[in-house]
Design a protein around this ligand. Sequence first.
Ligand code: EPU
Length: 429
Amino acid sequence: MDVIRVYGGTRLAGEVPVAGAKNSALKLMAAALLAPGRTTITNAPGITDISIMAEVLRRLGCAVEVDGGDITIDTPEELEPEADYNLVRRLRASICVLGPLLARCRHARVAHPGGDAIGSRGLDMHVAGLSRMGAEIGSEHGFVVARAEQLTGAQIWLDFPSVGATENILMAAVLARGTTVIDNAAREPEIVDLATMLNSMGAQVSGAGTATLEVTGVDAMHPTTHRTVGDRIVAGTWAFGAVMTRGDVTVRGVRAANLSVALDKLTDAGAAIEQLPEADGVPAFRVAIDRRPTAVDVVTLPFPGFATDLLPMAIGLGAVSGGVSLITENIFDGRFMFVNEMSRLGADIRTDGHHAVVRGRERLSGAPVRASDIRAGAGLAIAGLCAEGTTEVSHVHHIDRGYPHFVEQLRSLGAKAERCTAPDDDFGY
Ligand code: EPU
C-alpha cells in the first residue's frame, strides 16, 4: 500500500490544469449504454473509478478503450442486463447503469453499490422514480432487480434533489413512452453535462440546471462524441489549497461560476479571486492571498450551494484560519468521520451532530493520518502542507479514485510531496 508524504511549509503557487469531472464522466459512460454503436467521451480524468466503470461496461457487453482522456465505448445491440457484483460494490456511480439497462433491456440486475465511507446512501428515490415509470423493482441476494416491459413517462417529485436519482431516472426516461417530469431535480453542472450529452444522442431533455427536468421519450438514441465538463471539486481543492498555504494558484479547465459559493467563501476569507479570459475555450480563474485567512462559516447544500465534497477542505481552511468557523454538513451523515484524522494534525475541531466548530491555529503539526474517502484524503494532504514537519497519508487508493496525478499536481505547484511504499511496520494503518 502506498502512502503520500507531504512536507509542510511551502505555499502552493503556479498553474494547474483540471481534467473532466469524475462525477460526470462516470455517468456519461453509463449513458453510452443507451445507444448501440461507438460513443466517445473526451476530457475524462485518469482515475481508478474510470477503470472500474470501464470494466462494469465490458461485463455488460461493451468494448471499452481508455486512452488518456479519451474513452471509446462500443455498445452492442444486445446488452447483458446484469452488472458484475464485485465491481459495482466498489463504485457508487455504477448504480447509474440501472436506468439505461432497464430502458434498453427491459430488465436489469445491478448490485447494491459501494462508494465512500461518508454515511448511509439510500436508493429509495431511484426506486420510487423508476417505479413511477412502471418498473417493478425489488432486492434479491444483494442485487437491485428491476423489470419493465414498457417504461412510461410520469410526474416524479424527488424528496431531495439527489444527484444519482436524478441521473438514473433521466437516463430511463429518455427511452420511455411519453413525457417524464422530474421535479426537485438536482441542478449540478454534472446533470447539465449529462443532459447535454443525452440531447446530442437524440434525446429530448429540457430544463437541465433548473429544479424541473422535462423529458420526452424517443424511440432510439444514437452514439455521440462528448467533452466532459471540468471537475469543480478538484478545482475547488486547489483553490482551498492556495488559500490555506497563503499561495497564488491559477486553475484551468473549470468555470468559476460552477464554484460560486466556494469561491465567495474564499473571498470572505481574504483571498482575491480573478476570473481569467478563456484560452482556446478553456476557462480559468486565479486565487491568491498573502496573509493568514480569516475564519468563515460554511453550510453544505445541493448545487448551487457549497458542495459537500469540499467539506474536508472547508474544515482544513478553518483549522489554519484566524478565528472560529462553524461548518454545517447537510448531505451525508458520516461526512465528519475523517475529523479525528485532521485532529491528529493538531486541528482543533469539535463536532456535534451535523455541525463542526473549528478553532484556527497558526500552524498544524505533521503526523501519520489515514484517508477514509476521496475528499478526506485530499483534504488531509493539503492540511499537511500547513503543518510543521512531515505528514504521511495512508490508504491513498481513495485519493486515486478521484484525483488524477495528485502528487504530480501538488509538486507542480511547488509542494514538497512524494508517493512511497508504506513502511513494513505500517500494519495497514
Ligand atoms: N439519498 C437517499 N435516497 C436516495 C438517494 C440519495 O436517501 O435514493 C440521500 C443520500 O444518502 C445522501 C443524499 O441523499 O444523504 C444525497 O445523495 P445524492 O444522491 O445526491 O448523492 P450521490 O448521487 O450518491 C453524488 C456524488 C458524490 C457527491 C453527491 C452530492 C457521484 C458518483 N457521487 O453522490 O460525490 O458527494 O452526489 O453532491 O456522483 C465524491 O465524488 O467524493 C462523492 C462522494
